[in-house]
Design a protein around this ligand. Structure first.
Ligand code: SF4
Length: 90
């Protein structure tokens, strides 16, 4: 699922926070996660355990992966529980 969009529309921060997503800031990319939407399928953790590690606090550390790597894993989330906003102008 495209982590930069909801219903074909580009996401923005206020939309995501309003919908109950929590923000995990990185230098060049912020990751947003909704525990209500998460289906616990684990693609994120299997995709990159440095960025997504259940049991760690915070469990998401965006800067442990490159922007491209974070996006690759976020887009593998089938439920839409993970979204991202790039901050590097790309
Ligand atoms: S891939 Fe998405 S649905 Fe699966 S555990 Fe991670 S956040 Fe939840």
């Amino acid at each position: 699922m495209d982590g930069s969009k909801i219903n074909e529309k580009p996401v923005n921060e206020s939309m995501l926070l309003e919908q109950g997503y929590r923000k995990y800031s990185g230098e060049n990319l912020d990751i947003y996660y909704s525990k209500d939407i998460c289906a616990h399928i684990g693609n994120c953790v299997r995709g990159n355990a440095d960025v997504f590690e259940v049991g760690r606090r915070p469990w998401i550390i965006a800067d442990n992966g490159s922007v491209e790597e974070d996006i690759r894993v976020i887009d593998s989330c089938p439920s839409g529980a993970l979204k991202y906003i790039r901050k590097d102008g790309k």
